[in-house]
Design a protein around this ligand. Structure first.
Ligand SMILES: [Cu+2]
Length: 330
């Protein structure tokens, strides 16, 4: 099911952008060179055992060891090291002009995503989903809230550690629209394997529309009470209104934020746009009413040890009401 959603596991040698293409070139070059060296060594071994006496004497001599065993590997490995370092350095080069920045924080076991505006101010927050425009390099500021995680979208760039107390930079760029799966690539605890996300690349105009629509909704939500969105959120009809009240009453708001409501918790993913996410639980479930109910009622069976308690004391009707309201938060 996840497979149909956005390609799982993400293929590692299928670049969808210039930075990933560099990494792919490096990987194939190392592989090809490794194959050549292996073949040469096998040939030399064969010649040393079965070859004519003249060749055997040559391969057994001291010179062969100095050339084949010291000089050759020394030169080849040094050249590869320099090439690899210069190539991967370009993956973090600062870029000129109006660069776009997104801060991604690894948390046990999900990704907090913050879009940054001027002076590094957070202009919108999301989780487990990163939206970028096609054809424009994006600087990711990688951080960690707890242990070392590693950020990896193989389609878009190499992998980079997310280190507590330190900010690392990674450049990503997509050259075609699409949904690209990503994972945490550094063991970070029990649910490391269930810590994924999806990067969504839009055509530039579509990305602008997406951003403007979100910003407009956030501005309305944070604006004075009584604006359109606030009315829509507080005056949700029927079951959804019941869901909203339950959300505030049973304690969800202590850990989750929903713009335009009293829910301001910071420990868990921002749920302002949760209804528009492709997945739930950091890339592990497709997002719809049923999985939303299942996650809220029993997240500890779906992802044991995750930092959200299971709400198994809620009735099916209550779960449905909350899920209904959350699915409306687009
Ligand atoms: Cu992790």
């Amino acid at each position: 099911m996840i497979d149909a959603l956005w390609g799982w596991p993400p293929p590692v040698l299928d670049p969808a952008g210039p930075y990933a293409a560099k990494v792919t070139t490096l990987a194939w070059s190392l592989f090809a060179l490794g194959v050549i060296v292996t073949l040469v060594v096998i040939a030399a071994l064969w010649a040393a055992i079965k070859g004519p006496p003249r060749v055997q004497a040559m391969l057994g001599g001291e010179r062969a060891i100095w050339i084949g065993g010291v000089a050759f590997p020394g030169v080849v490995l040094t050249a590869l090291l320099i090439w690899g370092l210069t190539l991967t350095a370009t993956l973090t080069d600062p870029i000129e002009g109006d660069e776009m920045r997104i801060r991604v924080t690894g948390e046990m076991w999900w990704f907090r995503v913050q879009y940054l505006g001027d002076q590094g101010r957070v202009i919108m927050e999301d989780a487990n989903e990163i939206h970028i425009p096609v054809g424009r390099p994006v600087v990711l500021e990688l951080e960690s809230a707890d242990v070392i995680h590693s950020f990896w979208v193989p389609h878009l760039s190499g992998k980079k550690d997310m280190i507590p107390g330190r900010r690392t930079l990674l450049l990503v760029e997509a050259d075609r629209p699409g949904e690209f799966g990503g994972v945490c690539a550094e063991y970070c605890g029990a649910q490391h394997a269930l810590m994924g996300f999806v990067a969504v690349a839009h055509e530039p105009a579509a990305w602008n529309d997406w951003r403007d629509a979100r910003l407009a909704r956030i501005a309305a939500a944070d604006g004075p009470r009584g604006t359109d969105l606030d009315m829509a959120r507080t005056a949700a009809a029927g079951d959804a209104a019941r869901g909203r009240n339950l959300f505030m009453d049973v304690g969800c708001a202590a850990c989750h934020r929903v713009a335009g409501t009293d829910a301001n918790g910071l420990a868990g993913p921002d749920l302002t746009h949760v209804g528009s996410r492709r997945t739930l639980g950091a890339g592990i479930l497709p997002n719809h009413l049923g999985t939303m109910m299942g996650w809220i009622g029993d997240s500890q069976s779906i992802k044991p040890g995750n930092r959200m308690p299971s709400y198994d004391m809620l009735s099916a009707g209550e779960l449905e009401a909350i899920a209904l309201w959350l699915e409306q938060q687009k």
